[in-house]
Ligand binder design. Structure first.
Ligand SMILES: O=C(O)[C@H](CS(=O)(=O)O)OP(=O)(O)O
Ligand SMILES: [Mg+2]
Length: 233
């Protein structure tokens, strides 16, 4: 498999397969939203679009990064989201890095959004699709965020080497600037468990696929059965 690791600004054309990585915290949050029952997540282009969607659909759950803000229901924190019942709800998410990265590759035929919590399911989906060429979008810090790069490299390795040890990749993510900022209270809208929740490998058994539905980019979970789950032939 031919792999490229690019920051958002380095994307010049739509890749055939894009894996958009935001460990801290957009796609850890997205995975928790699905675990809490959300049906789908609309990735908003801007705060104004998120608020307009919320105004049009008052039962949708609007979520942004940073501090709580008028019009939004919650913030971009897995620790806060895990106690919410999102059964059947649509979430609208707007963050600084993750949602921007996904929207930057919206023309790609296959867009997966990922963090450590869905690493194996994401790798398995890439394996199943026999993808020759995969572009990993490292969303944080102009492509330099080590938590995102480490996760992207881990998923890429795991596509071909199922037994890859996560320890070194998790160490890098745990020592990243984002982890420090979350732990030190530099970032806002944070729960004390956020960093630990972002570093849980394979917490969830689904991958997350983003597709254009009309004018909106919509993220949905996709169960990816492991070979052990499949019926013997
Ligand atoms: O919520 C986050 O952790 C970040 C916000 S920022 O980078 O600290 O401004 O957003 P994300 O898009 O999830 O990286
Ligand atoms: Mg991030």
């Amino acid at each position: 498999m031919d792999t490229r690791f690019l920051g958002i600004a380095e994307l010049v054309e739509a890749p055939s397969v894009a894996v958009v990585v935001d460990v801290m915290r957009a796609f850890t949050v997205a995975a928790w939203a699905f675990a809490q029952g959300a049906e789908k997540i609309v990735l908003a282009e801007s705060l104004d679009e998120a608020l307009a969607l919320k105004a049009r659909h008052p039962n949708w759950v609007a979520l942004k990064d940073g501090p709580p803000a008028p019009g939004f229901d919650t913030v971009n924190s897995p620790g806060l989201l895990r106690s919410m019942d999102l059964g059947g709800r649509t979430v609208v998410q707007k963050t600084t890095a993750g949602t921007v990265g996904a929207l930057a590759v919206k023309e790609a035929p296959l867009v997966l959004c990922a963090g450590f919590v869905v690493a194996e399911a994401t790798a398995r989906l890439l394996r199943t699709r026999k993808s020759d060429s995969v572009t990993f979008v490292v969303t944080g810090e102009d492509g330099q965020a080590d938590e995102d790069l480490a996760c992207a490299q881990y998923i890429a390795r795991r596509v071909t080497e199922a037994g890859t040890d996560a320890a070194e990749f998790l160490r890098r993510a745990g020592e990243s600037r984002a982890a420090a900022e979350l732990a030190e209270g530099v970032r806002q809208g944070v729960h004390p468990d956020d960093v630990a929740l972002c570093l849980e490998v394979d917490r969830f058994p689904f991958a997350m696929v983003a597709t254009l539905e009309g004018s909106l980019m919509v993220l949905r979970p996709l169960a990816v059965p492991s070979p052990a789950d499949e019926d013997p032939v």
